[in-house]
Write a protein that binds this ligand. Structure first.
Ligand SMILES: CC(C)(COP(=O)(O)OP(=O)(O)OC[C@H]1O[C@@H](n2cnc3c(N)ncnc32)[C@H](O)[C@@H]1OP(=O)(O)O)[C@@H](O)C(=O)NCCC(=O)NCCS
Length: 286
């Protein structure tokens, strides 16, 4: 059933040759119709398939065509699952499990594993059966009320590609491994905020829909970075900060101060590691 790598020798995803992109993301399966998100997601698909062809697979039916896809990566001893999705008509027939097994082979030499999973019971079952510990996560959502946020307690600067060494070192300290080439893709689609002074270091990627990845050497700096990121959100725009395990109370406190709602929101699934902190994971780059 799993008959083709997402990135074969031709270095294309199915559909690229015709100028169309195969979009197997969960959002696309549900038909969210948001072209801005879809374009960013497609760019992420291509980046991941380019960096990790051995971890990215399409399940294909000879007659029906693509049924599902998995995108997984290896980054300095950390295996990450960025996407596992099966088209609605093909769900419940073992396709997801088979894709997951294929992706796990890509990560078999990795000591650590991470998945940011949705509140979907079948996904939770699949990840637990694969040996991951499920850490329930919270999500902050709503539009930011800047009046509730405390003033920044220090400087926050725009980051550049030259912030990479600092980000790699913060990642190794918080999550055990750097994000490597994912910074190229993150910088393409996000604004980067950094702090790097005598008190420590940290960084945060944000876009107008929320914060996607944040890591810092202390909760104080993480709080400053998240506050600064929320202050960059367009007024009245709904934003999300997801994947917050109980270790990220500092982030929940910032969200509450900004008038965001706190709700349950899936799981951070980990293997061989404790929840990184202070840390906000990226669902794509984890
Ligand atoms: C989550 C998802 C990838 C699973 O793929 P799938 O092909 O539907 O799942 P499978 O048929 O391989 O089943 C996986 C397990 O769940 C069980 N399962 C499947 N459908 C189920 C259902 N409706 N109710 C209860 N259990 C179910 C299977 O029995 C199997 O369990 P097992 O390991 O004990 O044998 C798929 O449902 C999906 O794309 N959902 C939407 C997107 C999403 O949430 N993706 C995950 C986040 S990245």
């Amino acid at each position: 059933m799993i008959s083709s790598a997402a990135l074969g020798p031709s270095r294309t995803l199915p559909g690229d040759a015709s100028g169309e992109d195969a979009d197997l993301s969960p959002g696309a399966a549900g038909g969210d119709g948001d072209t801005g998100h879809a374009a960013r997601d497609r760019s992420h698909h291509r980046h991941l398939a380019r960096t990790d062809p051995g971890g990215c697979w399409i399940a294909q039916d000879e007659e029906a065509g693509p049924l599902g896809a998995v995108l997984s990566t290896r980054r300095e001893g950390t295996w990450g699952l960025s996407l596992l999705a099966v088209l609605p008509g093909a769900q419940g027939k073992g396709v997801g499990k088979a894709l997951m097994a294929r992706a796990l082979v890509h990560g078999k030499a990795c000591l650590r594993g991470v998945i940011v999973g949705p509140p979907n019971p079948v996904a939770a079952r699949t990840y637990r059966r694969a040996g991951f510990t499920l850490h329930p996560a919270m999500v902050l959502s709503g539009s930011v009320d800047p009046s509730g946020l405390a003033p920044l307690d220090g400087a926050v600067h725009p980051g550049t590609p030259r912030s990479r060494d600092m980000m790699d070192s913060v990642d190794r300290r918080t999550r055990g491994g750097a994000h490597g080439p994912d910074h190229d893709e993150l910088l393409r689609h996000h604004r980067l905020l950094v702090v790097d002074d005598l008190a420590g270091s940290g960084y945060c990627y944000a876009h107008d829909d929320g914060v996607e990845l944040l890591a810092a050497t202390s909760r104080r700096l993480a709080t400053r970075l998240l506050t600064a990121a929320l202050l960059t959100m367009p007024q009245g725009r709904p934003v999300r900060v997801a994947g917050l395990t109980a270790e990220q109370e500092w982030a929940v406190d910032v969200g509450i101060a900004a008038g965001l709602a706190v709700a349950g929101g899936g799981y951070v699934c980990l293997r061989g590691m404790r929840p990184p902190a202070p840390y906000v994971p990226s669902p794509w780059f984890l």
